[in-house]
Each structure stands twice: as structure tokens, then as C-alpha cells.
Design a protein around this ligand. Structure first.
Ligand SMILES: [Fe+2]
Length: 175
């Protein structure tokens, strides 16, 4: 039995503030991709969906004179680091298993190249799944961050994914 559901995470004010900033539709979509990729890579679908959902929670708005400054963002952004810490704090606050919170935080930290050291860095299967799930949802011109859906549909999709995760967990239980 999971201690924390996606719905618990979705409804928290921290999620509403920070995940919405970088795109709720994108976050839900990446959570779904991560859930499906988890099966292929043999990782825990619950952790994959949560890390996918929270992967961009560290984003900050890099505006200069009312316009998004891509160069400033590229030079100064630390969203994977901020996101890892923010996701970890939120999950622990919600009562998530501490080991799971750590794994999810690491997957958030390594979801994009910007926080990776140079050279042959080996991602764990969970980190790889979250990276690939994010790549799958990316749109030209970073449009994925600006896609919107009706909040009622957001909740419906979150609940649907929670059900799929629960069904997967039930099927894993040996009787
Ligand atoms: Fe993303």
C-alpha cells in the first residue's frame, strides 16, 4: 500500500504553486510516460510516476523586461537542484517513505543534462526513465511548459494514473 498518492501530491499548495509554474499538463503527461516506461526498464512505476510528475518543480521564471530571457535561463538556471530539494521536502512532509523520497529526488536532480558532471555518467534505471519521459513530451520552442488543460481534467488524469499504479501494485502481490 502506498503512503502517498499522486492526488495527495497534486492537491498540495506547494505543487499547485511550483508545478503549475512550469506546466501542469506537461507534468501530468511526463508522469504518464514515466509510468509506462517503468515497465520496460523494470523500475517501480509509483516512483517513476511521482518523479515524472515532480521533475520540473524547481523551475524559476527567467524574465527580463517582461520577456523570457533564454540566455539568462541557460546561464543561471539550477532547476534540477532546486526541484530535487523541493520535491524531497514535499514528499517527506506528505509522509512518503524516506528511501522512496530520496530516489525520487535523485531522479529529479538528474532528469536533465544541466546537473550532470562531464564524462561517462551512468544514470540509474529510474533516472533514465524520468529523463526519457521528459524528452518524450518536449515540444519545439518549449511550448510544453505553456500547454494548459482544464483543472477538472487534470484531477481526472491524476486519479486515473493513481488507479493504474494501484492496479499494478495489486498484481504484484503474490497470494
Ligand atoms: Fe520537463
Amino acid at each position: 500500500m502506498r503512503k502517498v498518492t499522486l492526488k495527495n501530491i497534486y492537491q498540495h499548495p506547494i505543487t499547485q504553486k511550483y508545478v503549475r509554474r512550469s506546466g501542469m499538463a506537461h507534468a501530468i503527461s511526463v508522469a504518464n510516460h514515466a509510468f509506462h516506461l517503468a515497465k520496460t526498464y523494470g523500475v517501480n512505476p509509483d516512483l517513476a510516476a511521482k518523479a515524472g510528475f515532480l521533475h520540473d518543480i524547481g523551475h524559476y521564471n527567467w524574465y527580463r523586461n517582461g520577456e523570457w530571457d533564454y540566455q539568462l535561463y541557460k546561464n543561471c538556471d539550477i532547476h534540477p537542484i532546486k526541484g530535487a530539494e523541493r520535491a524531497h521536502k514535499l514528499l517527506v512532509r506528505l509522509g512518503e517513505d524516506k528511501q522512496a523520497a530520496k530516489e525520487i529526488a535523485h531522479a529529479v536532480l538528474f532528469h536533465t543534462e544541466s546537473a550532470l558532471p562531464e564524462g561517462n555518467f551512468q544514470l540509474s534505471p529510474l533516472q533514465k526513465v524520468v529523463h526519457l519521459a521528459d524528452e518524450k513530451d518536449k515540444q519545439p520552442g518549449d511550448l510544453h511548459h505553456y500547454r494548459n488543460i482544464d483543472p477538472k481534467d487534470e484531477l481526472r488524469l491524476i486519479e486515473k494514473l493513481d488507479t493504474k499504479i494501484d492496479q499494478h501494485e495489486d498484481s504484484e502481490i503474490i497470494v
